[in-house]
Design a protein around this ligand. Structure first.
Ligand SMILES: Cc1cc2nc3c(=O)[nH]c(=O)nc-3n(C[C@H](O)[C@H](O)[C@H](O)COP(=O)(O)O)c2cc1C
Length: 195
């Protein structure tokens, strides 16, 4: 199925949540938010995206991209990676590579987090070449760039310590923008406007 055909298929055709935690969520549409990073900054973005999607009425799994084998149980998928040396983390790239066909059949949103320092939130970073090809194969929409976080206390190794200095140090994640983006995804899935 092409993504354009998503509009024609009832959401009920996709996986629905099984009940768990004593909550009867069997009628909720499942959404996956997968993330890849090194120091937790991208995971926290994914968690906030997940929070907003839950508030919008979806059953959301927020999972480490490296632990996702299949996406077929989800009606929509969000994949985010930290940027390191202008690249995506390998776990996120592998998720896209291994699930290209299934992702092509679902609405998919991509984001990456990285820019730090003054102007971090005005910066739009292009997808790395490999991910550009995968995004085209998946027919994903435009990738969102979110500011990142550089904390010298978390820096391991010489290069990370060199990066985590000066005006780049700090938390440049714009939570309002991240939440607004997630709410927009929720609206689009509900209203069947994929991307
Ligand atoms: C060694 C190193 C290289 C980085 N390279 C980039 C980069 O190429 N582009 C970018 O926007 N951010 C870059 N960053 C910033 C990280 O993407 C940012 O700190 C991000 O929030 C890290 O996410 P994480 O905590 O999930 O690992 C780099 C950071 C480090 C420490």
């Amino acid at each position: 199925m092409r993504k354009s055909e998503f509009l024609e298929v009832p959401l009920t055709e996709f996986g629905r949540a099984r009940s768990g935690d004593g909550v009867d969520n069997k009628d909720m549409i499942k959404v996956l938010v997968a993330y890849a990073g090194k120091h937790g900054g991208t995971r926290e973005i994914a968690e906030v995206v997940g929070e907003e999607l839950r508030a919008a009425g979806f059953a959301v799994d927020v999972r480490d991209a490296g632990e996702v084998d299949s996406v077929t149980e989800y009606a929509a998928v969000v994949v985010g990676s930290a940027l390191y040396y202008a690249r995506w983390r390998p776990e996120a790239v592998r998720l896209l590579e291994r699930n290209t066909e299934a992702l092509r059949a679902r609405p998919v949103w991509l984001f990456h987090s990285g820019p730090c320092g003054p102007g971090a939130n005005l910066t739009r970073v292009s997808l790395p070449a490999r991910v550009t090809l995968l995004a085209a194969a998946i027919d994903a929409g435009r990738t969102e760039t979110f500011g990142g976080r550089l904390d010298p206390a978390l820096a391991g190794g010489v290069l990370e310590k060199l990066m985590a200095r000066g005006s780049r140090v700090g938390d440049f994640r714009d939570w309002d923008r991240i939440r607004a983006w997630a709410r927009d995804i929720g609206r689009r899935v509900h209203s069947r406007v994929p991307i």
